[in-house]
Design a protein around this ligand. Structure first.
Ligand code: FES
Length: 571
């Protein structure tokens, strides 16, 4: 360890006497049993997100020990510290509301505490973007370590993985296909190990994008949570973080516009979660990089879907890992990638991809470019009179016949309204109608939950209807599927056209034209607009107030307006 470092002397507490501050800090550190030799070392902070409310991170204590081993082996001092953890299913109204809170916690604790570099330990959906957003703003050398995906369970000879199969069984239960006894049995067989959801949901997508951005030890994104290689990846990450001290491998130097373009290509090729576009936009925004939807569509049109995993395809993350993982995707995409980008290990993407592979890529789960699952990317942005600033559609997860569709709007004004009426036997709804949910965007009281995957009305589910066009300003879980249009911007709570849709209006969706139009004439829209009563007042106090007053739109990443960097380099 020859490079310069500050160690325990970094960012001294301000008493107006730096020598006193140094003496006091060492004295208090010694109360934890450290020797002078330990306290004179460079420090790797380890930002941990273990929590009793986060099942996905339950193996983090063991991973943490492995990270520490790697740090110590490189001659630095590992110092773990906690930040907020976001366990997806334990948070109300939605984890999304707390991503920015966690990102602020991460940024400020990296900046305020004495560390020369940092390991970021996360995994569950919002934790990885929050860690990367905070680290991008703090801009100390940082290495991301994810928890890795869960293994699958078994039920009546069938493999089950959270959480696509959670939804599949719940839909069958609602349709009367599965009884209460069986659904109770399935409940115990969906999430059977530590780790993140077993399919290409938001957590898996963000892990792969973290590696594609260059912020992770190479080949580490998809290793299963319970595999011994996950512990070796943790050790390697600790070692990397120690070696990065004093160097220029900061988040701002790693996550360049070219790296974001690579990550967007990967997102499209893996047919990843729709949430990932919001998160990438937010991370990029911390660095003054703008992700434009027109550019996103250009990349989508020329990037094939290569990965055959649920919720779109057949496999699970463990299959993806053994099939070759991100390496297989990067090699297939190589001619389309920016090869001059570098990762935290210091190698360029060109150098990484020049190394021979030890195992052949399994084409069952990672296709070659000349035999793709779809010739174009899994996600597209839509624009039109219903979404002037954009909306998102996971076309790869939709019933193909619904990608060009015009239908009658059946409108739900809020999540409460949806819950109250969706299963009403008297609801006037048919299979070719379009379900519309209002007031579920970032500025709504619900804070943009994963409610965009509106349930099929029970009476239609019982007739065998499996998919309908559904439109909202909400998000959708990365593990869900269907003809679901999300993130409609401007949102209803901000007075967007979505707020003005009425029952019986005609709506036209065209994936081919990338359009989403409300077929109501301008004069009628104007009349509705002048009669529209806007969203209620912001909450009176606390974080909810800050959130409502400063959150940006979905197309801007839902970050707080005061946290983005100035500037605007384009991907
Ligand atoms: Fe944590 Fe799905 S609940 S990744």
């Amino acid at each position: 360890m020859t490079k310069s470092y500050e160690g325990l002397n970094g960012g001294l507490t301000n008493y107006g006497d730096p020598d006193f501050a140094r003496y006091l800090r060492r004295s208090f550190a010694k109360s934890m049993g450290y020797s002078d030799a330990a306290l004179d070392r460079p420090i790797v902070g380890i930002c941990t997100t273990a929590s009793g409310f986060n099942n996905c991170h339950r193996h983090f204590p063991e991973l943490l020990e492995a990270v520490k081993r790697g740090v110590l082996a490189e001659g630095a001092l590992p110092v773990p510290f906690p930040v907020i953890s976001l366990g997806e299913v334990f948070l109300s109204p939605t984890s999304m509301m707390f991503r920015n809170l966690m990102a602020m916690d991460v940024e400020e604790m990296i900046r305020a505490q004495p560390m020369d570099s940092v390991v970021l330990m996360g995994g569950c959906d919002k934790t990885v973007p929050a860690l990367l957003m905070g680290a991008a703003s703090a801009n100390k050398p940082a290495a991301l370590l994810v928890g890795g995906p869960m293994m699958t369970g078994r039920h009546k000879g069938e493999r089950l993985g959270a959480c696509t199969d959670c939804r599949r069984f719940w839909a069958r239960y609602r349709g009367g296909d599965v009884d209460a006894e069986e659904i109770a049995l399935v409940e115990g067989r969906l999430a059977v190990t530590a780790g993140t959801c077993a399919v290409m949901g938001t957590a898996s997508t963000m892990a792969l994008l973290g590696e594609a951005l260059g912020m992770m030890a190479p080949h580490s994104a998809a290793i299963p949570a319970v595999h011994a290689d996950r512990l070796r990846a943790a050790e390697a990450t600790g070692a990397l973080a120690a070696r990065m001290i004093g160097g220029d491998r900061t988040p701002q130097n790693i996550m360049t516009p070219s790296a974001f373009e690579n990550a967007l290509r990967v997102l499209l090729a893996i047919s990843g979660s729709t949430n990932a576009l919001i998160h990438l936009t937010a991370i990029a925004g911390r660095l003054g990089i703008k992700i434009g939807l027109q550019e996103f569509n250009r990349l989508s049109d020329e990037t094939p879907v290569l990965v055959n995993l649920k919720p779109v395809g057949d496999g699970y993350m463990e299959d993806f890992h053994y099939a070759g993982g991100l390496e297989g995707v990067l090699r297939a995409l190589q001619p389309r990638l920016n090869l001059e980008t570098t990762d935290i290990s210091g190698q360029s993407l060109a150098e990484r991809l020049a190394r021979p592979l030890s195992d052949a890529i399994d084409r069952t789960f990672i296709r070659a470019v000349d035999n793709p699952i779809e010739p174009q990317g899994g996600l597209i942005a839509l624009h039109g009179t219903l979404a002037p600033e954009g909306a998102l559609l996971k076309r790869a997860a939709a019933t193909p016949a619904l990608l060009e569709h015009e239908g009658r709007a059946i409108v739900f004004s809020s999540l409460d309204d949806l819950a109250a009426r969706i299963d009403d036997p008297d609801l006037d709804v048919a299979a070719d109608d379009i379900l519309v949910l209002q007031n579920a965007g970032p500025r709504s009281a619900s804070g943009m939950p994963e409610a965009g995957y509106l349930p099929i009305p029970r009476k239609l589910a019982r007739q065998g209807v499996k998919d309908m066009v559904r439109i909202s300003d909400a998000r959708m879980s990365g593990t869900a599927f269907g003809a679901v249009v999300l993130h409609v911007t401007p949102e209803a709570a901000a007075g967007g056209p979505l707020a003005l849709v009425r029952n019986g209006d005609r709506i036209r969706l065209s994936a081919r034209e990338k359009r989403l139009d409300l077929l109501v004439d301008a004069a009628e829209m104007e009349r509705r607009r002048s009669a529209h009563i806007g969203a209620g007042e912001a909450p009176k106090r606390g974080y909810a107030r800050l959130y409502r007053q400063t959150v940006l739109t979905a197309t801007q990443g839902c970050d707080f307006d005061f946290l983005r960097a100035e500037g605007g380099a384009q991907t």
